[in-house]
Design a protein around this ligand. Structure first.
Ligand SMILES: CC(C)(COP(=O)(O)OP(=O)(O)OC[C@H]1O[C@@H](n2cnc3c(N)ncnc32)[C@H](O)[C@@H]1OP(=O)(O)O)[C@@H](O)C(=O)NCCC(=O)NCCS
Length: 156
């Protein structure tokens, strides 16, 4: 298992499961998640409870990966990518815990461009590419390229 940095610049909760040779950069905030072997987590990345990053992934700086997200092997997540898990957020449902978590799966070797926003409850197929700044509202077919707001097919 990867040794945890001792510096307070790294917020890594005890319950985080780190694989082998995980590279962590300063100012990460990780809790309750799993990070697979040989993955890299950039600076200012937050990864929440019950999120899984598999092996050999690159999560670039300033991205947010929330509870209920599963990212496959060899994933590239660009800078400032936001995942969403609550379609109808409100302070009331957050306070009383009745909000509904919708899971998202990103399959092996997909790439997500910088600034993309991934709405909850979608599946992004293996080898797919998401353009910079895209807003992904629907499933993305394997090996396809989507971009724009809302995301539309650019090529296969
Ligand atoms: C989506 C992407 C892969 C497409 O690249 P490409 O296959 O070379 O496509 P092109 O540049 O030929 O563009 C094809 C069409 O898609 C549009 N397009 C490309 N990227 C777009 C984007 N991010 N948002 C909206 N439209 C986009 C182009 O305007 C063009 O439209 P047109 O046919 O009407 O002229 C690329 O533009 C992209 O966004 N890559 C992500 C880069 C990134 O975030 N890297 C992170 C690490 S630095």
């Amino acid at each position: 298992m990867t040794e945890r940095p001792k510096s307070p610049l790294f917020q890594i909760a005890e319950d985080v499961v780190l694989g082998e040779r995980v590279k962590l950069n300063p100012f990460v905030n990780l809790y309750g998640c799993r990070i697979g072997d040989d993955s890299m987590i950039g600076t200012f990345v937050e990864i929440q409870r019950d999120a899984t990053i598999s092996a050999r992934c690159r999560i670039q700086s300033h991205s947010f990966i929330c509870s209920g997200m599963t990212l496959g092997d060899d994933m590239f997540v660009g800078h400032g990518v936001i995942f969403i898990n609550d379609r109808h957020p409100s302070t009331a449902t957050a306070r009383d815990g009745t909000w509904k978590l919708e899971r998202t799966e990103v399959r092996d070797a997909a790439s997500i461009g910088s600034g993309a926003l991934i709405m909850c409850g979608v599946t992004i197929g293996a080898g797919a590419t998401i353009g910079a700044g895209a807003v992904v509202l629907q499933d993305v077919a394997p090996c396809s390229v989507v971009a724009d707001v809302p995301a539309r097919l650019i090529s296969r």
